[in-house]
Design a protein around this ligand. Structure first.
Ligand SMILES: [Zn+2]
Length: 278
């Protein structure tokens, strides 16, 4: 295992690389840290807790693809459909979109403005397409409200799924330590509490870190590590999952992921990798 200093140094390199990618002019440096993913126990269930569509690809795309390729029984636990995203206002033309570069006009472009419900359906469609691109996996919905997820609700959703698919499941969630999104933090904290309360059931747990937090100072409290693609097929699968979030084809798909967080996709799509901590 690399020393914490080495891991953090690699994180800083990656963060610089990410910024360079966003700026569009700096050369992209390679990430030096070794991958620490070790596929274990083929067929054993693995659950990824996903607060909103796109978190799975941006925060854990390599993990999903690697676990599926290793023969694990992959489950995606989607907590919300992310219906409060500002991307809905952008697609409806009431907000400008930096990524699109032109203010949408639904009537001129031939589609009906999205309601929270149709927007949620479109986001769910992007997620399922992305999960298929990553290899596959069963998507479960907790049906919680975007922006209002509580630790108790997230714990109940995790417990329900673990109970139904097997107590030996590995469970990964967003970082409880560095992620400032309240839904992400609640999901991470839920898994942290379950692991403390029931260590025999939640013995294989990890937390994934979204790109904006890769160089967060709070990570000094833990030992973050990288999961990089073990081969070109894994890398291509994550890239293709990103493409699911860029697909503009109303009324079938609205590129919601890219309207929402194009800066994060710009980091992941050309150089897929996931950072985790225990
Ligand atoms: Zn999210």
């Amino acid at each position: 295992m690399p020393s914490r200093r080495a891991v953090l140094a690699a994180a800083a390199v990656a963060a610089e690389s990410a910024l360079g990618t966003q700026g569009g002019c700096a050369p992209r440096s390679s990430v030096a840290a070794p991958a620490r993913f070790v596929p274990s126990t083929a067929g054993r269930p693995w659950i990824l807790v996903v607060p909103h569509p796109d978190d799975e690809t941006l925060g854990a795309g390599v993990l999903v693809a690697e676990h599926f390729a290793a023969g694990r029984d992959v489950h995606i636990l989607l907590l919300t459909r992310g219906t409060s995203s500002v991307a809905r206002l952008q697609i409806n033309g009431s907000r400008a979109s930096r990524w699109w570069g032109v203010t949408h006009n639904p009537a001129a472009e031939g589609y009906a403005p999205l309601t929270p419900e149709t927007f949620g359906q479109a986001r769910y469609g992007e997620l399922t397409t992305a999960v298929h691109a990553l290899g596959g996996g069963q998507v479960h919905e907790a049906g919680l409200i975007d922006g209002e997820v509580t630790v108790g609700q997230a714990k109940a959703a995790i417990v329900a799924l673990v109970t139904s698919i097997g107590r030996d499941a590995g469970v990964y969630a967003p970082s409880w330590l560095v992620d400032d999104n309240p839904d992400h933090r609640a999901a991470g904290q839920a898994l942290r509490e379950l692991a403390a309360e029931h260590p025999a059931v939640y013995g294989d747990v990890s937390w994934y870190i979204l790109p904006p937090y890769w160089s967060d100072r709070r990570l000094k409290q833990v030992s973050p590590y990288w999961d990089t693609p073990s081969n070109g097929q894994i890398k291509n699968r994550v890239r293709n999952a990103c493409r699911a979030y860029a697909a503009w084809h109303p009324p079938h798909s609205y590129a919601i992921g890219y309207h929402s967080v194009d800066d994060m996709f710009a980091v992941i799509e050309p150089n897929p990798r996931s950072m985790l901590h225990k």
